[in-house]
Design a protein around this ligand. Structure first.
Ligand code: PLP
Length: 436
């Protein structure tokens, strides 16, 4: 029996009294799309249930980590066993070593990793390490790429290349972002100009190789190649932020995808999160030994964490990595994700709605635009009102996609062909309503 009152709304009103905006991370608040956020009570496989008992097919997957779906039996067993052995020790464990070894085996660009608790922490520590290792201060980032909410990374482009970026959040002093150079994604000319003028001062260039924070924009192969060449030429460190793409687009991450097109390609440093924790607070950053040797206690770059390498989180991460390492895992995941995007494209085309989409492994994105965008400016040409209509139309039909047009989506091992067919059918109904 459905409750007579809206339990999501009741909880949201209660939450708003004690938690700013009623949420613990802003995008959950549905501000961009309007309406009431769903308060989730449980999740299993490809589905989540809200406080009204309504079931949704989940294409957010906790914003990426749930690559196996919710409550995978092997992961659940590993976590339950770990919990009984203790929640946290603040001392080293064998499981941390096992997880570090497992990550390094899958991403051989690194010799060592440090485990932390969030992607933000991993990206922030990476920058400090890159600066400490190179003795330089400047960093390059790209407009539209998100690397967590460390002060130096909350910055948008200034009025020109020679100017500093501007903070995107109150509370970030301009002096803190004065070393952050913000460039347009996929713009080789701008990249070359920035290196020509400031190359010898740049500690690192940080990029999302497939940008999931612009929904789904691939860095072009020539662009990645040029980033690699210029970093090498000027002695800057190339950082791949694979918090979203790592173990999601392929077992070896986006770096393995680009290495297929650019022989010998490797980033210098990698930032990881999401899938490696399987839904628990766990993230990591790593590099070659020469760089990692600068990190405390070996070197002079300080970094630490009470819960780093947490025994329950590492158990969850290890069990997740074991499952995704099974032969054929990404073939099947990639096939289903492509089927979803192809199905949505066909449905939109049948209803005369401008639509495009792309996917890699279990990560996907789509736009109400005729062509895939290449940078932030082009992404933002999507009509917000139309996206909101699509979002709510799908939500009303039990399909849970990200409540913002600049967020990627995720398919898990637990999604079935029938789930995907149902999502496509629901989308077609909504596209009919969206017709120009
Ligand atoms: N880097 C990327 C590419 C991300 O997508 C995110 C979060 O979505 C982060 C870093 C920050 O990770 P966290 O939310 O775990 O702090």
């Amino acid at each position: 029996m459905m409750p007579t009152t809206d339990q999501n709304l009741a909880l949201f009103e209660r939450a708003a009294k004690v938690i700013p905006g009623g949420v613990n991370s802003p995008v959950r608040a549905f501000r961009a799309v309007g309406g009431t956020p769903r308060f989730i009570t449980r999740a299993q496989g490809a589905y989540i249930w809200d406080a009204n008992g309504q079931r949704y097919t989940d294409y957010i997957g906790s914003w990426g980590p749930m690559i196996l779906g919710h409550g995978h039996p092997a992961v659940l067993e590993a976590v339950q066993k770990a919990v009984l052995e203790g929640f946290s020790y603040g001392a080293p464990t064998e499981r941390e070593v096992e997880l570090a070894e497992a990550i390094l085996k899958l991403m051989p660009s690194m010799d060592m990793v440090r485990l932390v608790s969030s992607g933000t922490e991993a990206a922030m520590s990476t920058i400090r390490l890159a600066r400490g290792a190179t003795g330089r201060n400047k960093l390059i980032k790209f407009e539209g790429c998100y690397h967590g909410h460390a002060d130096a990374l909350l910055v948008k482009a200034g009025s020109g290349l020679a100017t500093f970026g501007n903070p995107t959040s109150a509370g970030v002093p301009p002096e803190v972002v004065q070393h952050t150079v913000v460039l347009e994604y996929n713009n080789i000319e701008q990249l070359e100009a920035a290196f020509a003028t400031q190359g010898h001062d740049i500690a690192c260039l940080m990029m999302e190789p497939i940008c999931g924070n612009m929904n789904f924009v691939r860095a072009s192969i020539p662009f990645v190649k040029r980033c690699r060449e210029l970093c090498t030429q000027y002695g800057a460190l190339l950082v791949f932020d694979e918090v979203m793409t790592g173990f999601r687009v392929a077992l070896g991450g986006a770096q393995s995808v680009y290495a297929k097109a650019i022989p010998g390609f490797e980033p210098d440093m990698t930032v990881m999160g999401k899938v490696i924790g399987g839904g628990m607070p766990l993230a990591a950053f790593g590099a070659k030994r020469a760089v990692m040797n600068h990190l405390a206690p070996l070197g002079t770059v300080y970094q630490a964490g009470t819960l780093s390498g947490n025994p329950v989180a590492t158990a969850c991460g290890l069990a997740t990595l074991a499952e995704i390492s099974r032969p054929g895992f990404y073939d099947e995941l990639g096939r289903k994700t492509r089927a979803l995007i192809d199905g949505l494209k066909a449905a939109a085309s049948a209803e005369g709605v401008a639509f495009c989409g792309d996917s890699e492994g279990g990560m996907m994105g789509f736009y109400l635009l005729p062509e895939l965008p290449q940078n932030y400016g082009q992404v933002m040409k999507t009509e917000g009102a139309k996206f909101n209509q699509l979002f709510h139309g799908l939500l009303d039909r039990g399909e849970y996609i990200a409540p913002a047009l600049y967020e990627a989506g995720f398919v898990s091992q637990a999604h079935t062909d029938a789930d995907i067919a149902q999502t496509v059918a629901a989308a077609r109904e909504v596209f009919k309503l969206l017709q120009n």
